[in-house]
Design a protein around this ligand. Structure first.
Ligand SMILES: [Zn+2]
Ligand SMILES: [Zn+2]
Length: 334
């Protein structure tokens, strides 16, 4: 039977989804949080230091050996997979099952990315999906691009985020030895893997001096990958198409996919968070090295039970196709 074509026309972007470029509003926000005692001083100080350390790395970069630059570059997809294939698609969403060697490798790669422990990242991310664009969303994009990107780390959590985090179950994370190992040593193990390990490898591998290697392959690479990850919360919630859920903020953003090795297909991902590919199509039409990695592990028998949502999407299209001609149901923002 020939199914009617669905319209993929992008609806008008609500005004709230546009960028607020008024510096007066920014200043008012800072003053508001200052007066309300909302500043998260320890984390704010740390994030500021991370950027100062990255500047040191940037200044040292022209003077290190080429192997050190290559090492810093390679650590981007390695640490990136620790986030995308590891804490995101495996531990936060359980979109596939991984054998111990894969979980061990992903835990080590995740530690190089140093984005807090797997346990805390997965907890916050489950809350993000359950309460997207609401007060309980840890990086609620309705509070602005800057807040969704990095600002959320500078202020204390909204009380709704804390209470929402307590309502979910984390039994699967408690039962995972790799997750618990990293949590017990948090933050010392991740700090070591992020900053010290890359420098020790460069020193032992090709005779690079310890500190320049630490600033370049550690600090600079770390800060860049942090921003690549944060783009998923900011740019991929602001810019791009919404072919799967017109009413939601998450968007299909190829540029974010490039930076975050396949995590920019975010409209699909929020519609079907259990899909291990985090995108509708295969790797030949949507940039997705994370899917390639998971498929490679599956080919070696190290990964099983990869869940896909393409069937659910086809059924959803078919049922909406029957309603073709009727006005599309659009959820209202709360
Ligand atoms: Zn999101
Ligand atoms: Zn997710």
């Amino acid at each position: 039977m020939c199914k009617p074509e669905l319209s993929t026309k992008e609806p008008e972007v609500p005004e709230e989804r546009q960028l607020d470029l008024n510096p007066v509003h920014w200043a008012e926000t800072v003053v508001y949080h200052w007066k309300a005692g909302n500043i998260n001083w320890p984390m704010g100080l740390y994030i500021t230091l991370v950027h100062l350390w990255a500047v040191i790395g940037l200044r040292r970069a022209p003077y290190v050996q080429w192997q050190t630059l290559l090492w810093a570059f390679i650590l981007w997809p390695i640490s990136g997979l620790g986030i995308t294939a590891g804490v995101h698609r495996l531990w936060a969403h359980r979109s596939y099952d991984a054998s111990f060697p894969v979980r061990l490798w992903l835990m080590l790669a995740n530690s190089i990315a140093n984005q807090g422990s797997i346990f805390h990242w997965a907890r916050d991310h489950r809350v993000h999906h359950k309460h997207s664009e609401k007060d309980a969303d840890p990086h609620n994009a309705t509070r602005g691009f800057f807040y969704a990107h990095i600002g959320w780390l500078y202020v204390k959590k909204h009380p709704d985020v804390v209470s929402a985090g307590k309502e979910l179950s984390y039994d699967d994370l408690y039962a995972d030895g790799c997750v618990m190992f990293q949590k017990r040593l948090d933050p010392w193990f991740t700090l070591f893997m992020c900053f010290v390990m890359p420098a020790l490898v460069a020193k032992a591998g090709w005779g690079e001096s310890f500190w320049p290697a630490l600033w370049v392959a550690g600090a600079l690479r770390y800060c860049i990958v942090l921003h690549f990850t944060w783009l998923v919360n900011s740019a991929a919630h602001f810019f791009g198409d919404h072919p799967y859920d017109h009413s939601s903020w998450p968007s299909e953003n190829p540029w974010v996919s490039l930076a975050a090795i396949g995590e920019g297909w975010h409209n699909w991902h929020h519609k079907y968070p259990y899909d291990y590919a985090a995108s509708e199509f295969g790797i030949t039409s949507q940039f997705n090295p994370t899917k390639l990695f998971i498929d490679g592990c599956a080919a070696l028998g190290l990964v099983t039970n990869r869940k896909r949502a393409t069937g659910a999407w086809e059924r959803s299209k078919a049922s909406r196709g029957i309603m073709a001609g009727a006005p599309r149901e659009v959820k209202k923002e709360q």
